[in-house]
Design a protein around this ligand. Structure first.
Ligand code: FUB
Length: 318
């Protein structure tokens, strides 16, 4: 009888705990299945550029964009690049894009059939056009799967392209933002790197972040390293990973980070398996606060913490 009572108490506790976790999983920021969110802020508006997910084998062939004034309410701005219509050299596997602004233009970098392309527009919501008519980075080079571009624009306007699955490469882009010197591509693969490189700068230090494991693996997670320049050398942090699965949140990764303009306030956009019943092809985009400690280390992200208060972006950070 006593044993039965103990088991009953244990079962009740477990039910309460599981129920609590279910209740507190944060609401995805975007409706439906999306992944690989690249978040940015231009002129007081936040934008997310994701992969469209929920298609067998990551088979999407277009990109949409979402906008928000407060990081909480997101508007679908519609399709900004459609491979069938806008590209001559690829028609499938539209993955993991990123956006950069420079010289008064917006540059949209994306994976297309495991090559990297670039498209241009004078608006963050497009329409974007392919200025090259060919990949910016072609398949077969640099000992990596040529996907997952990330462009970081430094304060002096210098722009750096990071890319690759399996290996991480970096190269300074030319001033036109749509070309680079192939001889200058440098491999900077940190230990445990798989894909999804992202770079931010805070207080003169450069943070190279990336995802480890495969996106279909619940252990998918985000690590980082810090360096004195956009090309390194980067020293891995002691407190890795800073974003990972917890409870019903699985495979939290392939992220990006946005700074609230003019504030030392940061948010991380990432994907997780959809809740319930998600997997590596059915992922959803969430946003949580990202904080630095007094030494400049990134604190572990609480995947159960949502964006709290309405947040107005006041000014622009390039
Ligand atoms: O979304 C397709 C692929 O899954 C991305 O390119 C990878 O980074 C992984 O998230």
């Amino acid at each position: 009888m006593r044993r039965h009572a103990k088991l009953t108490i244990l079962a009740t506790c477990l039910t309460v705990c599981v129920g609590y976790a279910r209740e507190t999983a944060i609401t995805p920021s975007l409706p439906g299945a999306h992944a690989d969110p690249h978040i940015a802020c231009f002129d007081g508006t936040y934008y997310i550029y994701p992969t469209t997910d929920g298609i067998a084998g990551w088979g999407s062939s277009s990109f949409s964009c979402f906008s928000s004034a407060d990081l909480m309410h997101w508007k679908n701005e519609g399709v900004i690049l459609d491979f069938q219509k806008d590209l001559s050299w690829a028609d499938e596997r539209a993955w993991a894009p990123c956006i950069a602004r420079n010289n008064g233009n917006y540059y949209f970098y994306y994976s297309a059939a495991q090559q990297i392309g670039v498209a241009m527009s004078d608006s963050p919501t497009g329409p974007f056009e392919d200025p090259l008519g060919k990949p910016l980075v072609a398949r077969g080079a640099y000992q990596c799967q040529v996907i997952d571009p990330m462009v970081f624009v430094d304060e002096d306007g210098s722009a750096y392209l990071y890319f690759g699955q399996g290996n991480c490469n970096v190269v300074k882009l030319n001033d036109d933002m749509i070309s680079f010197d192939p001889d200058q591509v440098k491999r900077i693969t940190p230990k445990g790197y798989n894909e999804g490189a992202f770079v931010l700068k805070r207080r003169g230090r450069y943070y190279l972040m990336w995802s480890s494991y495969d996106t279909r693996d619940p252990r998918y997670c985000v690590n980082y390293a810090v360096g004195p320049s956009p090309t390194g050398p980067f020293t891995p942090a002691a407190n890795n990973p800073i974003l990972k699965q917890r409870g019903i949140v699985k495979a939290a990764g392939h992220h990006s980070v946005v700074q609230v303009p003019g504030e030392d306030q940061w948010f991380i956009a990432y994907h997780r398996f959809q809740i319930p019943d998600g997997n590596g092809y059915n992922r959803e985009v969430c946003i949580s606060p990202l904080r630095f400690d007094s030494t400049g280390s990134i604190a572990p992200v609480d995947v159960f913490e949502p964006v709290h208060a309405p947040l107005q972006a006041q000014q622009t950070v390039d």
